[in-house]
Every structure is written in structure tokens, then in C-alpha cells.
Design a binder for this molecule. Sequence first.
Ligand code: CO8
Length: 374
Amino acid sequence: MSDNVVLSGSGLWTPDYSISNEELVDAYNEYAQWHNQRYSSAISDGTKQAKPLSSAEFVEKASGIKSRYIYCKDGVLDIERMRPNITPRPDNELSHQGEIAVKAAEDALKNANKSAADIDAVIVSCAYTQRAYPAIAIEVQQALGIKGFGFDMLVACSAATFGMHRGYEMVKAGSAKAVLVINPELVSPQINYKDRDSHFIFGDVATATVLENEATASSANMYDILSTKALTQYSNNIRSNFGYMTYATDEEPYAADKLFHQAGRRVFKEVCPLAAAHITEHLASHELSPQDLRRWWLHQANVNMNVLISKRLLGQDATQDEAPIVLDEYANTASAGSIIAFHLHNRDLQVGDYGLICSFGAGYSIGSLLLRKR
Ligand code: CO8
């Protein structure tokens, strides 16, 4: 059997609800004003900090984000709650994260022209899993009726690309014929909606991809995966301390440091050059230059990051056709952003065109896949 691996299909599940910058900022500002009034004497004697106001104009200018989708809108804009109000499910029902994973997976299977019987491994790879065990991947495997095996993996912003790397290697090694990689990015429960600097950044979504041996592939739209490249470099600039240890350490399990927090400016400055160098090296290993690529499916955290990286690579701004932006509508969806961009903007490529999927962010982590349209 050949050892060529193809990306034969992708899938996307988009939540029913969305929140505009204006709605989000109005709720945050109402909360901040309430907070500042409630704690006015502590704020004046310096024992508590005042909450600064947010602005929809700032959010769009600083990030490019106009709105975000959300799994459960209820509760987020309620200043007495400021977090989604998700109803817990009993153990014998499909979990929330399992449900959105199944939806994206079904779309990817359809687009890859595959049925559950064709898949022999399921990887659920995302920024958070809603529980430690049993693995969400094994739950999804059962819900879809897939034989073989499944496992979860977490690599924050690069979970999707790193998951695809593992799928690629499994198919190459012959330990699986076809791998379903799913990224159920249900991130809204970890957003600090009371924090002016980060309340606007993220949205929920689920994406999925099918990677398989070319010998079994029958999709009408597929890509050769020519190679993968990964890099990690430890940084505390994007962090969440949420975890199972709080039960033993007696810390507040939902304190601000247990939610997403970052030094956004430093992330911006450090990650952009790392990502540009990583991409250049990846292409050079195939004797390709950035100009040889027809399309860039880049991580979707901040439009200004993508502009800077494209400029470093191409020497000029990339057009929407060259490096599509989806974060205006979806916001930062953790690891799923580059896969949404791929899913929505790949069908027009011609046979032989090159494209690159690349994630960059928390860890730090950078992951790329070089593709060629078949
Ligand atoms: N409204 C109004 N003003 C604001 C706001 C706001 N909401 N926020 C900040 N400001 C103010 C600041 O206080 C500051 O004021 P001053 O100049 O007086 O000090 C001014 O605006 C400028 O602030 P910044 O320097 O912080 O603004 P930036 O231009 O740097 O923009 C960004 C902030 C948008 C956060 C930007 O730095 C950025 O995008 N950086 C990169 C971030 C990034 O890529 N992060 C990766 C995220 S991690 C990830 O993708 C996955 C993690 C796992 C998922 C987690 C899910 C919950």
C-alpha cells in the first residue's frame, strides 16, 4: 500500500447563537460600572482596583473581531452571572462537548465520502476537554459507531494541527488507515467575561478533518499532505491554571488565574516572528518560497498578527484570497481557526496548487501542514 497521506475532508459546526462586540461591551460596561459603584470606598482607599471600561471600537481595531459564536448565550450578558448557564447532563447522555464534536465529525465524514466503518482512529484535540475521563474521543467514537481506538490530546492553540500531525503519522506508519481528528472548541466556560482585556477574544466552534491513505481515498476534493512541522517553546504569557489540583490545594477553583489570561502585547511580539520563521523553514525544506503558495490558512487570533506574518513572508499585505480571515465573524476559536479558514476557503484551488495550514499561540506552539491539491 502507498504511504501517501491525504486530507480528504473537513467539517465545521457553528453554534446557533452569536454575540456582537456591541452586545458584549454593553454588558461588560454595565458590570464594570456596578462593580465600581459597589466597591467605591475600597477603590478610593486603594484596596480594590476599579474596572476600566471596554469599547467595541477598540476591540475591532485591536483584534479585527466583530462578533463571536457561542454554544450557550444564556448568562453571558447577565451582569449578575457573566458566564454561560449550561445545564449539566447525566452520565448516560452525550456530553455537550461530545455533541458538538459529533456534529463536526459527521460533516467531515460526508465531505470525505467516508462512513464510520472506514475510520479506525479518533483523535479529539482541543484547548480543553470537559472532563478527564473517559476520553471525549472514545465517547464520540461510540456515538458515531467507529471501531478501533480513540484518545484526547490538549495543545491549546495548536491542538488541531498537532492532532492532524499525529493522524498523518499513524497513517504513514500503517497503524491506522483513516483517522478522524476533531476539535470541539467549547472555550466559553473558560473566558473571564469580567476582564476587560480578554472578554472579547474567543468564540465556540467545532471542526474536524479526515486523514487517510491515498489508496482508500475517494473524496471529490482532497489534498496531499506533503509534510508536517511543529515547534514548541515554553512561555507563561498565555496561561490558565485551571485543573484538578485545586481540590487538594484549597485554592479558589474559579479565581481569575484559573481562567484564560495573557500578556497579549508580549504574545503578539514574540509569536509573530517565530511563526514567520517556522513557515519559511517549512517551505524551504521543500525548496518552496512563500510566493509559491496559492493559499495560507493561518491561525485566527488577531487580524494584525496575520497581517504582520503575511508581510514578513510575502513582503506585502496578503489579500483575503491569499490568506482568508474568518476571525471577524468567529473570533479566536483556539485551535480551530486555521481549520475553519481551510474548510470555508479551499474548494477553488486547482490541481497542483500549494497551501499551508499553520497554527500559532499558547505554549508557545506552532504547527503547520504543507498541502497540495490533488
Ligand atoms: N477596550 C478598550 N480599551 C482596551 C481594551 C478594551 N477591551 N483592552 C485593552 N484596552 C486598552 C489598554 O488598557 C491599553 O491602554 P493604555 O495604552 O492606556 O495602557 C490600550 O487599550 C492598548 O492595550 P494593549 O496594548 O493590550 O492592546 P493591543 O493593541 O496589544 O491589543 C490584544 C490587545 C488584542 C489582546 C493583542 O495584544 C493580541 O491580540 N495579542 C495576541 C494575542 C493572542 O494571539 N493570544 C493568543 C490567545 S491564546 C489562544 O489562541 C488559545 C488559548 C486557549 C484558548 C483559551 C480559550 C478561553
